[in-house]
Design a protein around this ligand. Structure first.
Ligand code: FMN
Length: 346
């Protein structure tokens, strides 16, 4: 097994054994007002949602980027693709950067398109990718969009990680202007703040996946792999709910925002959509379900989330995802403080 393959296997192993956090997502500081006169019939609730430049998603749950790039990971990607197909979920593959550079293991990604020919699939590379790397990743899985991941804290925690982070914005700009599909920039657990989101939109990024803190914690995963890592990095990051408020302050509500980072329940999802996300991404919990109970169980749990979200939509008086953005909420705790700070800075 080469070092990349063993690292990717380690990521799965530690993502399964470590728990979410320690930073909290912030969703428990958001409280949704119940509508006692909903005027909505459950069977009329539509979960369909949109992301700029991508065909309509039948529901807002995205199976976010996880794996691929080693022979042993083809099975995991095949299973994730079946879950995506059975549940009608959009799905991102894990980073294809190594595969594109080495021309190895592309089958471990292609399997996702083979299993789900009609599905919405996102390709994934790092911000080091050239335009031809990006297009190659897109073509490999016939992707509807390209995700570019940002993971500076993870790299710093990795013994073998990158230490040079300059030039990313310029590289992203080139990808945005040259690719055949829209670009999604995603953090992987430390969140995004207003200034950087603005900069990303200015260079042509169409979709922001905030990837906030509170869920899978990559600095902690790297800290478990390498005891000499800066272990304090695992406490770094903007909670998902606060990063979402930052994104909405720049983009506006439901204008190309994906909320990822510790989304585990239909209630987390409801709150994210009300705050202004178009969709939510989930990774660690899907992997756990797959490992605990196989494809069937992972499908069942994802379908449960869809049904539960429909129940909550009735209780907010909403027939559509877009109506959710007008549902009244109130804030407490850390998220309330963050919101007040944000408003004072405007
Ligand atoms: C095992 C594993 C591998 C991952 N690999 C990638 C990757 O290759 N590229 C990427 O953009 N994100 C990757 N992620 C990050 C997820 O897409 C997601 O942003 C992060 O896990 C937060 O979501 P969660 O809290 O629902 O897990 C990975 C996540 C997991 C659990």
């Amino acid at each position: 097994m080469d070092s990349r393959e063993s690292r990717k296997n380690d990521h799965i192993k530690y993502a399964l054994s470590l728990s979410d956090g320690p930073v909290k997502t912030g969703f428990s500081d958001i409280h949704v007002m119940s509508n006692c006169l909903p005027e909505v019939d459950l069977d009329r609730v539509s979960l369909a949602t949109n992301l700029p430049g991508v065909q309509t998603l039948t529901h807002p749950f995205i199976i976010n980027a996880m794996t691929g790039g080693a022979a042993s990971l083809e099975t995991v990607n095949r299973q994730l693709a079946i879950v995506a197909k059975e549940t009608g979920s959009a799905m991102a593959v894990g980073s294809q950067y190594g595969s594109v550079k080495s021309h190895n293991y592309s089958d471990s990604f292609r399997v996702v398109r083979l299993e789900n020919p009609q599905g919405i699939i996102f390709a994934n590379v790092s911000a080091l990718a050239t335009v031809s790397d990006g297009q190659c990743a897109v073509d490999m899985v016939e992707a509807q969009a390209l995700q570019i991941h940002l993971n500076a804290a993870q790299e710093l925690a990795m013994a073998e990680g990158d230490r040079k982070f300059s030039g990313y914005l310029r590289a992203i700009e080139k990808l945005c202007h040259s690719l055949s599909v829209p670009v999604i920039v995603k953090e992987t657990g430390c969140g995004m703040a207003k200034g950087e989101i603005k900069a990303l939109l200015n260079v042509g990024v169409k979709i922001i996946d905030i990837g906030g803190a509170g869920g899978t914690n990559f600095p902690a995963i790297e800290g478990a792999r390498f005891k000499g890592a800066n272990q304090e990095l695992s406490t770094w990051g903007i909670p998902t709910a606060i990063s979402l408020l930052e994104a909405v302050a720049v983009c506006g509500k439901q204008q190309g925002i994906v909320a990822t980072g510790g989304i585990r329940t239909a209630m987390d999802t409801l709150k994210a959509l009300i705050l202004g996300a178009n969709a939510v991404g989930m990774a660690g919990n899907i992997l756990k379900n797959l490992t605990d109970g196989g494809v069937e169980y992972a499908v069942e749990e994802l379908n449960k989330l869809k049904h539960n979200l429909q129940d909550f939509m009735v209780l907010t008086g909403c027939k559509t995802i877009s109506q959710l953005k007008d549902v009244p909420v109130y804030y407490t705790g850390e998220v309330l403080s963050a919101k007040q700070c944000l408003e004072n800075m405007r």
